[in-house]
Design a protein around this ligand. Structure first.
Ligand code: FES
Ligand code: FE2
Length: 423
């Protein structure tokens, strides 16, 4: 349980809040590449942390991201002309290249002016069909973290963005909550499809284990990037445990086992969140239709233009008749189930009214890490500076002897004795 002040600190992301400053210190997947369009496209508006921005792609393919309001006198650059090598504000004609260089200022006689000023452009990198932006104010952005999904052919990758009408933190906490997997997703865990050997390994859930042990022991260990936690369940053979090891990458990313889902939680504002699920398969191309079906995202009305249609007004699309006929949740698929429970927690979950239990340890820990950074961190320094390299962060499902140390299953990930706060 948190105090009201702590809950505000963790959830509010507007421009005058500490969380706003924290999240801006990291590269963020603000857009899909497809949002921006082809070379020479018109500018598009978008929001991040309650602030408005625009993006465009110039004739050379470079994406430019700017504060929406022109740095001259504040007209919206969403109105700007697309001119190939940049965009031109229609108010007084200032023209900006994608990197912020001022190319033309027709209402300024001094020719040297445009060498002395720049537009408010932000550093941009495109990777894995996502547009990553550094919105912070440091002169040098932090190193760019590469994930394994960025290094497979695009046919082996599926990027799914779900827009949810609720605060970002409760969505991310859902991804750090292993004890719901066998309960909320009971039908998936027991389904034929989940055990279908032709599905990628990661979707063949350890169905029986999830279905027979609903109260896993959760063990959390801090790492250089955030933390790992293991949900330890009895493997049913008297000797082993099943360890479901999830990675939390500070501040707003989870890696869900087994190593094929990375989820970024991008707050548009306090109560609107993009959940960007990256799913990949190193061995073979991803069957898009089938994956969407398994996740329940192929249902009409569920996922329209990447916005989840579930709301209190339609009782999150729950089918009561289906429940009476044996369905656990009355919802279809993992994506619909997760969205229903997250959005139904309210626009911003009131964490002063919770009753937390031992299986909530990972949620408690992520709050501790974030609060510690918000209250005591160095606002100029990223939590964990990573060199630009292919990520070795792992999330695994393994069967290990009951007395074995599960952290040895993720040897590439240094487990820190004291990063942030312990326990
Ligand atoms: S407001 Fe954009 S050029 Fe004047
Ligand atoms: Fe879930």
């Amino acid at each position: 349980m948190l105090t009201a002040r702590q809950n505000e600190l963790l959830t509010r992301v507007g421009s005058d809040t500490p969380m706003h400053g924290l999240l801006k210190r990291y590269w963020q997947p603000a857009l899909l590449s497809s949002d921006v369009g082809e070379r020479g496209c018109d500018p598009v508006r978008f929001s991040f942390l309650g602030e408005p921005y625009i993006a465009f792609r110039d004739a050379a393919g470079q994406v430019g991201v700017f504060a929406e309001n022109c740095c001259h006198r504040g007209s919206s650059l969403a109105l700007a002309r697309a001119e190939g090598d940049g965009i031109r504000c229609i108010f007084h004609g200032w023209k900006f290249a994608a990197d912020g260089t001022l190319l033309d200022t027709p209402n300024v006689a001094d020719e040297t002016f445009k060498q002395r000023f720049r537009g408010t452009a932000f550093p941009v990198r495109e990777a894995a069909d996502l547009v990553w932006v550094y919105f912070g104010s440091a002169s040098e952005p932090p190193p760019f973290r590469e994930y394994e999904y960025m290094n497979v052919p695009s046919s082996h990758r599926l990027i799914m963005r779900m827009k949810l009408d609720c605060n970002w933190l409760q969505v991310m906490e859902g991804g750090l909550d292993s004890s719901h997997v066998g309960i909320l997703h009971a039908e998936f865990a027991k389904s034929f499809e989940a055990r279908d050997a032709s599905l990628p390994e990661g979707l063949q859930a350890q169905a029986q284990v999830y279905s027979t042990d609903y109260a896993p022991r959760i063990d959390v260990r801090d790492t250089e990037f955030g933390f790992h936690y293991a949900a330890l369940r009895d493997a049913g053979d008297g000797r082993n445990v099943h360890a479901r090891i999830t990675a939390y990458v500070f501040p707003n990313t989870n890696m869900i086992p087994p190593n094929m889902f990375v989820i970024h939680y991008v707050p548009y504002d306090d109560t609107h969140t993009a959940q960007i699920v990256t799913y990949w398969d190193k061995e073979r191309p991803v069957d898009r239709e089938r994956t969407l079906r398994v996740l329940g995202l192929d249902q009409p009305g569920v996922w329209i233009d990447d916005h989840m249609e579930q709301s209190p007004d339609n009782r999150w699309l729950q089918d009561r008749a289906k429940m009476r006929a044996g369905s656990w949740s009355g919802l279809i698929g993992l994506g619909q189930e997760d969205t229903a429970v997250n959005v139904s927690q309210g626009p911003i979950l009131d964490r002063t009214k919770e009753t937390l239990v031992p299986s909530d340890v990972a949620c408690i820990h992520v709050r501790k890490l974030l609060l510690h950074e918000l209250e005591h961190g160095d606002p100029a320094a990223p939590f964990a500076i990573q060199p630009p390299r292919t990520s070795t962060i792992q999330a695994l499902e393994v069967k290990i002897p009951r007395d074995a140390d599960w952290t040895r299953s993720v040897p590439g990930n240094a487990v820190a004795d004291a990063v942030g706060v312990a326990g």
